[in-house]
Write a protein that binds this ligand. Structure first.
Ligand SMILES: Cc1cc2nc3c(=O)[nH]c(=O)nc-3n(C[C@H](O)[C@H](O)[C@H](O)COP(=O)(O)OP(=O)(O)OC[C@H]3O[C@@H](n4cnc5c(N)ncnc54)[C@H](O)[C@@H]3O)c2cc1C
Length: 186
């Protein structure tokens, strides 16, 4: 089904999203298009979607995920590019999951990020960050910073500091707990 860049069909008031619209038939695309239409209908005037910025995740074992350009495509479009590869082998979560893989970032020389590519089990959990890194204009207008966390109140101190209390073991339990004897038995 053909649409314009605001996902409108040729029928007034009828939009189309997902696999039915020519393009990559992947889940994140349909989802992002759906959010776009909802925002458009309620008058939030969202920017047309940059399809390159939509995450592509293959739910395989291991998973593969990417946002925007590969290194080869970036070189073709921008000439000189820089790449950085982070090997997941040394990552503690990867070790727990018994997976390996890598995260590769492609950017213009000292400039914006052009693409991110990830391989490894459960790397779909990282793709949101990749999307945020690639889409530099992400700035939710309603975002309000979290208020500073209140300082934790000082821990109540024992009136009988451990190792200084000279009490005997026949003291009440709350005293023994506070002075440390309850745990050490000394
Ligand atoms: C085997 C397989 C593996 C996939 N793996 C991946 C993957 O690894 N990563 C990824 O991103 N994407 C993957 N996809 C693609 C992904 O599932 C689709 O891109 C996504 O679901 C498309 O969303 P959609 O809303 O366009 O369509 P759908 O999710 O297909 O939703 C269409 C809905 O419309 C309903 N429907 C159809 N006809 C009618 C009717 N006449 N009346 C009422 N309801 C109707 C259907 O029942 C369905 O619920 C995979 C797809 C398949 C089939």
């Amino acid at each position: 089904m053909l649409t314009d860049d605001r996902l409108r069909t040729n029928l007034p008031g009828v939009y189309a999203v997902g696999d039915i619209v020519p393009g990559l038939q992947l889940a994140h695309r349909g989802f992002q298009q759906g959010i776009f239409i909802a925002e458009d209908i309620v008058g939030l005037n969202p920017q047309p979607i940059d399809e390159a910025g939509i995450p592509r995740v293959t739910y395989s074992h291991p998973e593969a995920a990417s946002v925007s350009l590969t290194e080869a495509a970036a070189k073709k479009q921008y000439g000189q590019v820089q790449t950085f590869t982070y090997d997941l082998a040394g990552n503690s979560k990867s070790q727990i999951l018994k997976t390996a893989g890598a995260v590769k970032l492609v950017r213009t020389a000292d400039g914006p990020v052009l693409g991110l590519h990830l391989v490894g089990d459960r790397i779909d959990e990282l793709i949101d960050e990749a999307q945020l890194i690639y889409n530099p204009t992400t700035s939710p207008p309603s975002y309000t910073p979290t208020p500073p966390r209140p300082k934790p109140s000082a821990r109540p101190t024992s009136p009988w500091p451990a190792n200084r209390c000279t009490c005997t073991a026949d003291q009440p339990a709350d005293h023994l707990r506070a002075c440390g004897r309850f745990l050490t038995g000394r």
